[in-house]
Each structure stands twice: as structure tokens, then as C-alpha cells.
Design a protein around this ligand. Sequence first.
Ligand code: PLP
Length: 377
Amino acid sequence: MTTVSPLTPEQFRLQFPALDDAPHFASCSQGALSDRLAHTMQRMTAGLIDSQAPWGEWVGKVEQYRSLAGAFLDVDSEHVAVLSCASEGAFQTVSSLDWSGERNRLVTSDLEFPSVGNVWRAQRSGIDVVNVEGIEAALHAENWIALIDERTKLVSIPLVSYINGTRPEIERVIAHAHSVGALVFVDAYQAAGVLPFSATELDCDFLVTGNLKYLLGLPGIAMLYVKDCVGVEHPAGLTGWFGRVNPFAFDAAGVDYPDNARRFEMGTHPIPSAYAGVAGFETVSQVDPDTVWNHVVGLRERLAEELGSLGFDLDYPEDAAHRGPQVAIRVEDPDALSAKLATHRIGGSPRGERLRLSLHAYSADRDIDALVKALRA
Ligand SMILES: Cc1ncc(COP(=O)(O)O)c(C=O)c1O
């Protein structure tokens, strides 16, 4: 049996031919385009000529995506629902729980992306949403622990915050939540593909992430891991024919629910994004996850140092344990700075009052050199 050795970051970068001409610091928004992704999408559309309605292949692609997602998250793929976005994952989660009793508290924080925070607050079922205030305060477990007690049904925490790439003390929060009987929902979007984790080791109850960012696919697809698919209190709020035991029975009057995460699914899956998602998983799996993270940490420290010496106001935690895959700088007009960098063909990601600069396995010192040169200019 031949084993394929993992690629080094330099070898990995060769699959992203645009990078030397266009340094990419926007992976926290959309990952760089790999050759594999470009070819996959071409082949997908060509398939429509060979077979006008390739449902068998499409369903197979979704199942391949589910299986790769399970392996990536380190869970049984039967516990992975294939959805279109993280917001859907949050809605399916919250609507599958019973909020009518005394345990009706949902603890969240200022670290949350709106997809998740908005869904928690938009429910009409009397949920007592309690917020850990302040993006710095939310990094520390004690500020969560103070709010999580026997009234708490669900705790929602990101692995990495989209705001500035920081990492809260998630393990301590999860352990405390479970000790008082609360469930935990993790948004892993800003970690998946760059910061190694295992949903099994995290021991969370729900976890959502998707493929457009560090997982090197395209928008339109997301995965929801559910630890106890049949233990949820209600059928989730949205359903459709792919939420049935046998979708191809075409039984409009028969609403049954499979004993696995497919019960959280709806209508036709996001097929083109499933092709892209599979390509992304295959691309990322060519590098060892710890090698990716060590590479990113090395570059991130250099990037922070360079930005600091250029006089930028860094939003960068003192404690390295809270640092993630990006360096955020506070600037007066992040959109204008990003537009200026774009004239040098450098991609960054402006959000609110920050410009976020993120790193991946394909990033290299020469990207930072080009960025520094452009910022000086
Ligand atoms: C942490 C986080 N969660 C979720 C999302 C996306 O949510 P959705 O798939 O609902 O658009 C993003 C970014 O787009 C994000 O940064």
C-alpha cells in the first residue's frame, strides 16, 4: 500500500497559482481559489451535458461531503446534517429544543457572528437570552460561568471569533455548561481548516461550520453536527423531502424523521457547493493540521510585529492562548484601506472598525513582505 506524504506549506501553495501575484489575507471571509476547486466546478457543469439530470451523482456527492465532514470533525458522519448556511444550523438547533419550562436561558456573547446571535434573538418562544458583554470579557471562562446555571438550556460559543480572530476558553465553558445540565452549541466557522479541533474531544452537543473560508470551498453549504440526534426535544422547525427516512418515496403526506442528522435537512441540497466543499476538504487534507497551525502561528507573529512597527493599532490578545489565525487592526476606514490594498492586488477583510488579515497554509513570508511594502506606500 502506498501512503501519500503530507505536503509542506510551500508545496501546498503551488496549488494556488494566483497567490504570488495576489497575496491573500482574506481567508477569514473566502479562501483562495485552488486549481482543484476551479477544475471541479468546470467538471460539475460539464456533467450536465453528459447526463441531463444526474441526481444519482448529486446525491452521491452530498453523501461524500457528509462523510468527509464527519471525518474532518472527528464524528460519525450519521451525526452530520448538510445545510446551506450556519444560520440554518442555528435555527434547526434552537427550534429542536423545548423552551417552555423553567430551563429557558440561552447564554451567548459579543463574540458571536450575527448568523447565530440573530437567530437566538429572533425566536418567539420565550427564550431568555443572556449575553456575556464585551469581546475581551468573553475570552475568559469565569465571565461565562457566572451566567451559566440550572436555568440554562443552551450555551453558544464560537471556537474563534470572526471579529478579531480571538479564542475564548471554550473547554472550561463547555465543562461548566455540562456540569449544570446545559447543552453547548459551537460555531467553528473561523477555525475549521486552520486551527485543529475535534468535535468529539470538544464534547459539544451541536457544532456548525461551512466551507467558504479556511475550508477552501465556496459559499452555500454548511454542516451541523448533532451529538444526540434523536434526543432533541422537537422535530426541527424547517423540513422538506430530504428530511425524510426515504426522500425518494415521494410521500407528501408521510412526515417521518430518520434517526440521524438527516432529520435536520430540508429540500434539495446545495449541489454545486457540495462539489466545491468536497474539493475543499480534499485540498485541506493534503497538509497535516498541526503543520498548518504551526505555520500560521509563525507567520501571524511576524505579521503582528510588522504591523506594530508600522504604527497600527493591533487588536491582538496579550495572551498567545487567545490568538487565532488572523491579526486585526483598528483603522478609521477599514473599507478604504482594503480598497487601497486591492490596488496592489492584496486581499484583506474589513469588518466594522477593523481590517482583518488572516493566514493559511498557503500564506508565505513573501505575502507579508508585499503587504508591508503596500502599507508603506
Ligand atoms: C463565525 C461565523 N459564523 C458564521 C458565518 C456565516 O454564517 P452563514 O453561513 O449563516 O452566512 C460567518 C461568516 O460568514 C462567520 O464568520
